[in-house]
Design a binder for this molecule. Sequence first.
Ligand code: B4P
Length: 196
Amino acid sequence: MFNLILFGSPGSGKGTQSEKLIAKYGLKHLSTGDLLRSEISRQTALGQEAKKIMDKGQLVPDEVVVGMISSALDENPHSKGFLFDGFPRTSAQAEALDKLLDLKKAPIAVMLALAVSGEELVKRLVKRGETSGRSDDNNEQVIRARLNEYLDKTAPVADHYAQTGKVVMVKGEGSITEIFEALCYEIDTRIDRVNK
Ligand code: B4P
C-alpha cells in the first residue's frame, strides 16, 4: 500500500494535482475539504457547523476531520494506497493519522510539499472565487485568514514528517503539466520500493 500526503497552502494546487495523480496511480483520493463540502451540500448537522467555521477561514476541529478520515480508511480496505489532500492540517491530525496507518502497517511513504509564493496564492484563490461558488474563496479577507491559519497551524506538520526524512519540496509554480511531471518523478522513485 502506497500512502502519500500532498501538502501545501490553500491554493497551492493540491486539489488540481490530486485529480491527475489518482488517475495515474489508482490511489484513493481523500480530501477533507471535499468531504466537508459534501457534508455542507447534503445539509447534515456536521456540514452546517463546518460551514460556519470554513466561512471564517478557520480550521474545523481535529476530532471531526480525524473521524471522517478514519471512516474513509475503513470503507476502503482493499485500496492500493491513499492520497491525502488537505489532511493532516495540524500536528494533532498528523499524530492521529500515523496511528491509524500503523494499524494497517502502511505508513506514509512521502509528503510532497508544493511551494508557491504568497501573492500567487491570493491571486489564484481570488480567481477561483469568481467562478467556483465557494463562499470561502470570494472574500480576500477570508483568503488571508486561511493563509494565516496555514502558517500558524499547518506549516508545522511538515516538520513532523521531516523528522523521518519524508518531506520532498516540489516547485508549485509553472504549468499544471510541469508540476504534475515533477510530482510523478518523486512518486516513481519510491512507489516500487513500497509495493515490493
Ligand atoms: P480545502 O478544500 O483543502 O481547500 P484549499 O486549501 O483551498 O485547497 P484546494 O486543494 O482546493 O485548492 P488548489 O490548491 O488545488 O480546504 C477548504 C477549507 O476546509 C479549509 O479552509 C478548512 O476550513 C477546511 N478544512 C479542510 N481540511 C481540513 C482539515 N484537515 N482540518 C481542518 N479543517 C479543514 O487550487 C487553487 C486554485 O489554483 C484553483 O483555482 C486552481 O485552478 C488554481 N491552480 C492550481 N494549480 C495552478 C497552477 N499551476 N497555475 C495557476 N493556477 C493554478
